[in-house]
Design a protein around this ligand. Structure first.
Ligand code: ADP
Length: 255
């Protein structure tokens, strides 16, 4: 059974200038433990898709299922990592990781050891009592990842989690995400507009069309794991990246 199933989903926003179709007849699946990236140009509906998968919004048509059950609202078996970590500045790192536990009304003391273990997993051991402003951007994003995992969701949704980071930190974070994913065995839906990130991290890459977003191509990434810095120079990596890049080049006859 697939962990996430998106079935013929359309989403139309009501705007002051009339209806705007953000997603049109979108279908795909994410298998259990699979890492799937959604790659598409800005404005093609990637964040909209993530809001639907997280249950924050309902589709205009179609169905999204998690573990076979229709998604009707936010669910405890989903974790979300946002573009900006949006940490609470007045709370220490550990308390930021525990924010979803507080929101779910679960016991904070019960989850404290887990929060400490996750902070170690994301490379922040010893920083639990720091405040967000005492951390670099990359470290803040790691706190956001620990927060997304604290309630042990089976599905992790990541919305361009490296968008706000500099190029070198992004490369380090790719390895961190790979390590965390292989340690925790979560299913991941990773939204990005970076081709190298998508190829480096994924089992499969879904290419979305410009708005209204649909999947126009699906590419299996058959590179061995774990992927390392040497993978970036691998001929297969380069070929897969070029193939994906070609999808975004204007074609003859385009307006
Ligand atoms: P992406 O994440 O791929 O950049 P979005 O999902 O943010 O794309 O947006 C897809 C389209 O829907 C864009 O044209 C955007 O302007 C529009 N859109 C997004 N959110 C809203 C909203 N709340 N109301 C109206 N239009 C929206």
């Amino acid at each position: 059974m697939s962990r996430l199933a998106v079935e013929n989903v359309s989403l139309v926003y009501d705007t002051s200038r009339g209806p705007l179709t953000a997603l049109s007849d979108l279908s795909f699946k994410v298998g259990d433990g699979e890492f799937v990236s959604v790659l598409g140009p800005s404005g093609c509906g990637k964040s909209t898709l993530l809001r639907l998968a997280s249950g924050l919004m309902a589709p205009s048509q179609g169905t999204l299922r998690l573990s076979g059950e229709a998604i009707k609202g936010p669910r405890p078996d989903v974790g979300i990592v946002f573009q900006q970590p949006t940490l609470l500045p007045w709370r220490r790192v550990i308390d930021n990781v525990l924010v979803p536990i507080r929101a779910m009304g679960r016991s904070l003391s019960e989850y404290r050891p887990k929060a400490l273990a996750l902070l170690e997993l994301v490379g922040l051991k010893g920083f639990e009592n720091h405040y967000p402003h005492e951390l670099s951007g990359g470290m803040q994003q790691r706190v956001g990842i620990a927060r997304g995992l604290i309630h042990d969701p089976s599905m992790l949704l990541m919305d361009e989690p490296f968008a706000a980071l500099d190029a070198m930190t992004r490369e380090t974070m790719m390895d961190e995400i790979q390590r965390i994913w292989s340690t925790t065995a979560k299913s991941v839906l990773f939204i990005t507009h970076s081709i190298p990130e998508a190829v480096y991290l994924s089992d499969r890459v879904l290419v979305m069309s410009p708005r209204p977003g649909r999947v126009i191509e699906e590419v299996a990434i058959d590179l061995p794991r774990p992927r390392t810095v040497a993978t970036l120079d691998d001929r297969r990596f380069v070929a897969l990246s070029s193939h994906l890049r070609a999808q975004f080049r204007p074609k003859a006859g385009d307006p």
